[in-house]
Design a protein around this ligand. Structure first.
Ligand code: HEC
Length: 225
């Protein structure tokens, strides 16, 4: 009895294998013959639907529309991001390791420390810098940059002051790059803050730092060029 049970078990297994094989063969044949069959019987197929195919553009762009650039380098300060004007120098790429090296050997990483601030720290720039700073930086660094932002209350690791001796001594290009690619626990914000807005923020950070009574604070003039 036990033997015949095993035999019929083996028989079932064979049938299952055969069925699986048939199914695979049907799938390999593709859906088209099946579709053709359905069209022959019912006159239509599920394939033809009033839906969009993957990657199909649901609506062509209106005539005369200008595509947005994928980068974050607007034509000029305060302008909509339509991509940079032809020939505008784009800052060279910066790697996380460059940010650390720039602290110990600033001259070896000109792509970080050698960047020149293209925006004068005038009223307009500082105003824009404040808006962006309070949106993007203050949650961690605090409205005054003292490292007492709301996020730092729950996660003190983010409460880094921008008034430390190290922060005061950083070149403008370093702060720009910090916003662009981050460092350590500080996230990269370059995809949210455009090229010119980064420089406005640099000007604003310098302004905040100037308010700290610290003789080592960089001369406010140094960010105006
Ligand atoms: C999510 C929290 C967070 C946000 C938002 C944030 N930072 Fe930071 N920031 C940090 C942390 C944490 C560090 C320290 C990173 C490290 O240890 O390497 C830091 C470091 C820095 C430093 C270097 C300070 C030093 O002494 O070396 C600068 C400059 C800086 N941030 C500027 C900014 C600016 C400008 C913004 C807004 C555009 C900003 N940060 C937004 C968390 C943040």
């Amino acid at each position: 009895m036990a033997e015949s049970g095993a035999e019929s078990g083996a028989g079932m297994a064979k049938v299952r294998i055969w069925l699986a094989g048939a199914l695979v063969a049907l799938m390999a044949a593709g859906c088209t013959p099946m579709d053709d069959l359905l069209v022959a019987v019912f006159g239509r197929s599920m394939r033809e639907q009033p839906s969009f195919n993957p990657y199909e553009n649901p609506q062509p762009p209106p005539e005369g529309s200008v595509p947005f650039a994928s980068g974050n380098f607007p034509v000029g300060p305060g302008q909509v991001n339509l991509g940079q004007a032809e020939g505008t120098p784009v800052p060279a790429p910066v790697q996380p390791a460059d940010m650390l090296r720039a602290l110990t050997a600033p001259d070896e990483v000109p792509q970080v420390t050698g960047l020149e601030n293209p925006l004068a720290a005038n009223e307009e720039s500082l105003e824009r810098g404040q808006v962006v700073f309070e949106r993007a930086c203050a949650p961690c660094h605090g409205v005054e940059g003292q490292g007492d932002g709301l996020v730092s209350e729950v996660a003190p690791v983010f409460g880094v002051s921008l008034m430390s001796d190290q922060a005061l001594g950083l070149p403008d290009g370093y702060i720009y790059s910090m916003i662009r690619i981050g460092r350590g626990a500080m996230p990269a914000l370059g995809h949210q803050i455009t090229h010119y807005d980064r420089w406005h923020v640099v000007n604003y950070v310098r302004e905040l730092q100037g308010e700290v009574s610290n003789e080592d604070a960089p001369d406010a003039e140094s960010s105006e060029n």
